[in-house]
Design a protein around this ligand. Structure first.
Ligand SMILES: [Fe+2]
Length: 231
């Protein structure tokens, strides 16, 4: 091969690649437009949820409400939504997709200050968590239909287990709030104090993990409970 033919071929290869869209080359056959749209929709839902939780966090921090434990809880939920949206956006790009941001309307949720009623906003918060879980399941469904196993694995690993627990935690919090609201008094103060002590984490959250059964059994085994007593 002459020197000039070799460099001609090299120039042609450079031109061929320069004319190509490398994202197309990165994308696998299973990463279809339907899959990409489903990811974008979930990103948008996470941002909408972030905005709603952020609003609730701000409301609870107002002097007129001063429920800083609840504010921390909602700030934590907002941060998780934001992180999940950023994660999925990065994943979309990693797979050869393009980010197309959707509209994020102003949230309609609020923590009412007269009366200081936790039921409505917590009901809204439970609804938001459930929407996120259902949409993550829908995303998994779209991935499965398109044989997009890599995405399915990511959604199952990062979203489904975590969101299932968030729904249960928020459901419990709604029940607690309804219980203490039957009699006006110190109930809300104490519930907020518990949330403040854990920096906004659900204080009983560990009991909502299926793995807590294993921990309980391990603890029982360590203490010797459940073993027959020899007399
Ligand atoms: Fe969540």
């Amino acid at each position: 091969m002459s020197e000039s033919t070799g460099s001609d071929q090299a120039r042609k290869a450079v031109k061929d690649i320069s004319d190509k869209n490398i994202d197309d080359m990165v994308r696998t056959f299973s990463f279809t437009p339907d899959v990409m749209n489903a990811i974008r929709e979930h990103i948008n839902l996470e941002y909408k949820s972030w905005y709603a939780f952020k609003k609730l966090a701000s409301d609870c921090a107002r002097s007129d409400i001063a429920l800083h434990g609840f504010s921390l809880l909602f700030a934590r939920s907002a941060a998780e939504c934001f992180a999940d949206a950023a994660f999925l956006e990065k994943y979309l790009i990693q797979r050869g997709g393009v980010s197309i941001p959707g509209e994020i309307p102003a949230p309609t949720v609020c923590w009412p200050d007269d009366p200081i009623d936790p039921i409505r906003p917590l009901h809204d918060a439970l609804y938001i968590e459930k929407m996120i879980l259902e949409d993550a399941q829908r995303l998994c469904d779209v991935a499965s239909t398109n044989k997009e196993y890599a995405l399915e694995d990511v959604v199952e690993d990062r979203f489904l287990k975590k969101e299932t627990k968030h729904v249960k935690d928020m459901g419990d919090l709604l029940r607690e709030a309804a219980r203490i609201s039957k009699v006006p008094g110190h109930g809300l103060y104490h519930l907020d104090k518990d949330l403040r002590a854990t920096m906004g984490k659900i204080p009983w959250g560990i009991h909502n993990k299926p793995e807590s059964c294993d921990l309980l059994l391990k603890e029982m085994a360590a203490c010797g409970l459940g073993e027959p007593t020899v007399t």
